[in-house]
Design a protein around this ligand. Structure first.
Ligand code: GCW
Length: 697
């Protein structure tokens, strides 16, 4: 039965009429360039068109009308696939336009030369061509390439972010930190998996959504993984890099800051120690000897017990710059994570605020990082909760390259057993205006580098895939990976458009199916929020694995993640006036809006303020009634998802229909657990009954 392995690259046979029209244009593919990535483009196009159209396209390298004269169906028509430069040489593209095309950009256009009419697919480079090919196939798959469209195609596109990256948290024993879709596709039992079939299929999926870089190992780099940069394991790393290279993706590694000690036998990892610096330089040279297009290092340092420069009284600029210097001669980069905070906090201490940590650590270092360093910043100041404000570090830094880090894997958002489509959340983050440089300084523009005229920047997403047959555990969680890639390519795409694309590619064009699934996806984040932690307060999950409700699970812990509920009220006072002062890390007007109890948006109220349960929200409800209402409603909505999906029975193949149904049923049950635990907790704490008298325990 259909497991969903092909994800959004199904290439199901198109309806006859559509296929016929497209066949006229695509039976003959003119492709003058053939080596390396061009070969991938050719393979992808021919295989996909064969599958979509039921034909064997002929690939030639000359554009010649006569060659086709005998072919009645496609007379005089062709699909021309070439770099912009080559296309200009053929007279199909103006030289000026060709010269201006972004390396990763492409043009898809209906053109004419003499008797030949062609769909031209031109890329700035082979990589741009690859993205153009996947875009063309996407349009074909969703049925947008009808007769009229093909006569007048005129599309030009390019990525807005230089780096569009996936971070894996895979360990070499095969486990995945925060993985919810099986085991690693890269590693097993301390070794690389020899059979690379899955890795190649994964590379295709990523390339099809424009991803151009990835790390394969966890940012928590343990003993075995520390050796990935040693001669012992580099041949294996190189073999994996070879596969991703076929799809235009650069491999990077997460490194252990203490590697000079643990893998190099040095007495120290002090970034200012000459022997340490020499060791990293030598390692960089060794890596690039084997992998000439190696991307560089991703570093989690001085964070959650990982080693870092603090041990030696150095700061993070010292640490990052040392690595950057080693990689610089080869064009490598350092991505340095800003997830740095005190994870040994005393819960009695009310002055320390974890939300403030990243800003406090990194803003003083702004301008000190080398040009080949990027700081990678999580979207929120805490940690991938269902609702958080945007990290004020975006807007705090203006002279440093930055990357936005999003979590595709659903650690705090239902672990791929619950449906929680995150594209709408990510859109809010990307569209957030920091006002760092006046109006319009959005997170999207800061991450891409354009806001402050930086050479580089981008978006990284923590992977949600594993070796489950459908990659993501929950089949519908594939939409999160797809949506991540599309947004990293262009943050201006709307959530609705991305969703519509994904549903059509994955489930076909039946209008009822498309509408139902798209609506389920777009509603799901709010539904999940409804029955979990309310009003931006976060956590309330079981410690360790983070699944399921436990309101006080982290209340008396060292992690700095508290809600402070007592018999009168709840929330974290982060105001300047009476609280931790976190609101001052934002520019106006956000600093004022968040500071003000009256103006603070409802959904973030408890992130910024401690209020009595009787406090009235903008919605008109009291906080306590809001908690009861959203939890009753959320559990009902989760049940509703089961019903909505059930209505699609017969419209979707049984295999995929049933696997999603099972997950949704589990979600509906588990949402009741959330509802009852949360409602009961607050009823017992506050003594305030539900105004509607529903059952609370
Ligand atoms: O979200 C938290 C996770 C950790 C993770 C850490 C991080 C990789 O609970 O598992 O470690 O963040 O982002 O470094």
């Amino acid at each position: 039965s259909d497991t969903g392995y092909d994800a959004w690259l199904r290439y199901d046979r198109l309806p006859e009429r559509q296929a016929g029209v497209l066949t006229g244009w695509c039976r003959r593919i003119v492709m003058p360039e053939r080596e390396g990535l061009f070969h991938t483009v050719r393979r992808e196009l021919t295989a996909a068109l064969a599958s979509l159209l039921g034909i064997e396209p002929v690939v030639t390298d000359v554009l010649d009308a006569d060659a086709d004269a005998a072919d009645t169906t496609g007379a005089g028509r062709a699909l021309v696939v070439a770099t912009a430069e080559r296309a200009a040489g053929l007279g199909l593209l103006a030289g000026e336009e060709a010269g201006a095309l972004h390396a990763d950009g492409f043009v898809i256009r209906t053109v004419r030369r003499g008797d030949v009419r062609a769909v031209l697919l031109a890329g700035g480079t082979a990589r741009g061509l690859l993205y153009g090919a996947f875009h063309f196939l996407r349009l074909a798959s969703i049925g947008s390439l009808n007769d009229r469209a093909l006569e007048q195609l005129d599309i030009a596109d390019r990525p807005r972010n230089p780096l569009r990256m996936i971070n894996h948290w895979d360990n070499m024993d095969g486990s995945i930190e925060r993985g919810y879709a099986g085991k690693s596709i890269f590693f097993r039992d301390g070794k690389f998996i020899a059979d690379k079939t899955r890795v190649r299929d994964y590379a295709r999926l990523l390339a099809s959504i424009g991803i151009n870089a990835l790390t394969i190992n966890n940012v928590n780099v343990h003993e075995t993984e520390t050796k990935l940069i040693t001669d012992e394991l580099l041949p294996d790393v190189a073999a994996t890099a070879d596969i991703f290279r076929e799809y235009g993706i650069r491999l990077m590694l997460s490194i252990n800051f203490a590697a000079p000690i643990q893998a190099g036998g040095l007495p120290t990892a002090d970034p200012l120690d000459p022997a340490v610096r020499a060791w990293w330089r030598e390692r960089a040279a060794a890596i690039f000897r084997r992998i000439p297009d190696f991307g560089g290092f991703l570093v989690k340092a001085d964070s959650e017990f990982r080693p870092g420069p603090f041990t030696y009284g150095r700061d993070h600029a010292d640490g990052a710059n040392m690595l950057a210097e080693a990689l610089e001669p080869f064009g490598g980069i350092v991505i340095w994570r800003c997830f740095v905070y005190n994870c040994l906090q005393d819960w009695r201490d009310r002055t320390t605020d974890r939300a403030k940590a990243a800003y406090d650590h990194f803003v003083p270092l702004d301008g000190r990082f080398k040009d080949n360093v990027l700081l990678q910043i999580k979207n929120g100041p805490m940690d991938f909760q269902v609702r958080e404000p945007v990290s004020p570090l975006f807007g705090g830094l203006t002279r440093t390259n930055q990357m936005l880090e999003l979590q595709i894997t659903q650690e705090y958002t239902g672990q791929q057993r619950h449906l929680c489509y995150l594209v709408p959340q990510w859109k809010e983050v990307l569209d957030f205006d920091t006002y760092a440089c006046g109006e319009g300084t959005t997170v999207a523009r800061i991450a891409s580098g354009s806001a402050f005229g930086r050479e580089t920047g981008g978006i990284a997403g923590v992977s949600n895939i594993g070796d489950d047959p459908n990659w993501t555990g929950h089949l519908l969680a594939q939409a999160n990976l797809y949506g991540f890639g599309r947004l990293a390519w262009n943050p201006e795409l709307s959530a609705e458009d991305i969703t519509d694309e994904w549903v059509r590619l994955t489930f076909g064009g039946d209008p009822e199916t498309v509408r139902t699934i798209a609506e389920m996806l777009l509603d799901s984040w709010r539904i999940y929020e409804n029955y979990t932690a309310p009003l931006g307060v976060g956590w309330m999950v079981n410690p360790g694995h983070h699944y399921g409700p436990n309101v006080d699970g982290y209340e008396y812990s060292k992690w700095g993640t508290y809600h402070f509920a007592d018999c009168r009220g709840i929330g974290v006072d982060r105001t300047v006036k009476t609280g931790t002062g976190f609101t001052a890390q934002y520019h106006k007007p956000h600093s004022e809006i968040y500071e003000s109890l009256e103006q603070c948006p409802d959904e973030l109220l408890l992130f910024f303020h401690h209020v009595p349960y009787t406090h009235r929200l903008h919605s008109g409800k009291t906080v306590i009634q809001h908690i009861y209402d959203t939890h009753f409603e959320g559990a009902e909505q989760a049940r509703g998802l089961v019903e909505r999906w059930s209505g699609l029975k017969g419209r979707i193949d049984t295999g995929r229909f049933l696997q999603v149904l099972r997950r949704l049923e589990e979600q509906a049950e588990h949402a009741k657990e959330w509802r009852d635990v949360i409602n009961t907790y607050f009823w017992r704490k506050s003594g305030i009954p539900d105004a509607r008298g529903r059952k609370i325990y």
